[in-house]
Design a protein around this ligand. Structure first.
Ligand code: SAH
Length: 479
């Protein structure tokens, strides 16, 4: 610490501080103090003593990065991944899995106490992921013409060709791609596909699309796999059809070591950087893979939305179903139903499920998924829930015995909370991907007479700070 900052007691940019790391904060960083002053630290584990450099200083807090671990926390573990620290994907791989679960639960409790003003919220233990690694059924990689060089590579790369990259975006550097040769969140086969694809196109000198000049052919490589079915899809997104080179790439991916069931090429000339083709060309297979969730089979196309951790999604839905205490005569409303996975998961156990969702494509998928699985007691409505619930849209729908709601990170609109509150429905299950907004919404629901009976954190994304919750609410004296 410099003289001046020592005197004032507040750290300054560039200071190297010796810090005792106290706890994990929201969004993956840790908290330490210099006197009363809060420092958010990147790269630490609670229980560490570290030297950390201050990168930014704000009025209320500073942000610092670990330079050296002086005393390692007992919860510190060796990260499995060689890319840890540079790749922003798994911020918590250096923390033991038990500690990750502990901090996720703590964050949920904190949110309900501080934002929702709940005393002793009934937060259960975090349900661990069935598999802490290899859990993702989809990974999306980007090609780039500006590879991110690691410190020991600086000065060693002389030719532009060596800057060709296929991997993940470096956090906050959207023009830079980090080479990934082994991602522990996907299967070994998928890693082989990733590396073989990079080698192949690099060898043939095919240029990557540049987000600066909008020139270049190769944009994205999306790999999806059915964890139950074992089927695997490669979706290559390019700027042109590349008829000259695709037959050879197709032949490569047919090789059995990759176990690819279908190869689809998405072609787009748009400037947008999303991995969606304007035209999809199926090179082999039928352009879809199958995946099972509970008793249902889903056909997944290259761009369709699907829960990324299949095995854990099944546990999440099973928890939601059990929180709903379903009986055969129930009518269930599934709000923010997406492609209907929750609706279909429980349809066989109830009289009827009504799903409401804004996205038209998702509703079409939901209807198709119902038909494919011979489920005939679901109805899907494409509407903004805010409009639907405050207008006549749902007037003729059967009244719900249970509402299940699974809003996006922003939580529910206050009008939706209000309409649920006034509906008189006794059983309410809130599936949340954001503890802060669900705590806020549950506090509003409390004003309508709902009691939060149980909050069950479910870990869908090991090694990240994200946490999903199933919240069971009940209204005792419904009118
Ligand atoms: N329940 C689904 C998906 C939940 S994700 C599943 O388990 O797979 C949240 C969904 O809410 C998204 O599909 C999004 O399109 C939808 N959504 C967001 N805002 C909405 C609104 N105002 N009205 C209806 N649906 C909305």
């Amino acid at each position: 610490m410099t003289e001046t900052s020592l005197q004032t007691g507040t750290p300054r940019r560039g200071d190297v501080l010796e810090l005792d790391i106290e706890k994990a904060a929201f969004e993956g960083r840790c908290i330490a103090h210099v006197g009363d002053f809060v420092v958010f630290v990147d790269g630490a584990v609670p229980g560490d003593r570290v030297n950390a450099t201050v990168l930014r200083k704000k009025k209320q807090f500073a942000e610092a990065r670990v330079e050296e671990v002086l005393e390692a926390s007992p919860y510190r573990v060796e990260p499995a991944c060689a890319h840890f620290g540079v790749c922003g994907g798994c911020k918590w791989q250096h923390m033991s899995y038990e500690q990750q679960l502990h901090w996720k639960r703590t964050h949920v409790t904190d949110a309900f106490e501080r934002i929702g003003d709940f005393t002793d919220p009934p937060v259960q233990e975090t349900l661990p992921s069935v598999t802490p690694f290899f859990y993702r059924n989809k990974m999306e990689f980007s090609f780039g013409e500006m590879r991110w060089l690691l410190p020991d590579e600086l000065g060693t790369v002389n030719r532009d060709a060596e800057l060709f990259a296929l991997g993940l975006h470096v956090p906050k550097r959207y023009d830079r791609i980090l080479h990934i040769d082994e991602c522990h969140l996907q299967s070994p086969e998928s890693n082989r596909i990733l590396n073989a694809t990079r080698d192949f196109f690099s060898r043939h000198g095919i240029p990557a699309f540049s987000t600066r000049t909008h020139e270049g052919d190769l944009r994205h490589l999306v790999i999806r796999e059915g964890k139950h079915s074992g089927e695997r899809m490669v979706y290559l997104v390019t700027s042109r059809r590349m008829e000259d080179i695709m037959p050879e790439y197709t032949a490569l991916l047919r090789h059995e070591e990759f176990a690819v069931s279908t190869l689809v090429q998405g072609v787009t000339t748009r400037r947008s950087t999303v991995a969606i083709g304007e035209e999809d060309i199926v090179h082999f297979g039928d352009g879809t893979i199958r995946e099972t969730l509970g008793r249902n089979v889903f056909r997944i196309s290259p761009t369709s939305f699907f829960q990324t951790n299949t095995l854990q999604a099944e546990r999440l839905y099973a928890l939601a179903a059990s929180a709903a205490e379903l009986s055969a005569d129930d009518v269930v409303w599934d709000l923010y139903c997406g492609t209907g996975t929750i609706s279909l998961f429980l349809a066989r156990d109830v009289r009827h499920v009504l799903g409401v969702e804004l996205n038209e494509g998702a509703i079409r998928d939901a209807e198709k998924n119902a038909a494919d699985n011979a489920i005939d007691n679901t109805t899907f409505i494409c509407a903004d829930i805010v409009d639907a619930i405050t207008s006549d849209t749902l007037r003729d729908a059967p009244a719900p015995d249970v509402i299940i709601t699974d809003p996006p990170r922003a939580g529910m609109h206050a009008k939706v909370v209000d309409a649920i509150g006034r509906s008189g429905v006794r059983r309410l299950v809130y599936v949340s991907c954001n503890p802060a907004t669900s705590a806020r919404d549950c506090a509003l629901l409390r004003e309508h007479g709902y009691i939060v009976e149980a909050i069950s954190p479910v870990d869908m994304f090991p090694h990240t700070y994200h946490i999903e919750c199933v919240i069971r609410l009940r209204k005792e004296n419904a009118e």
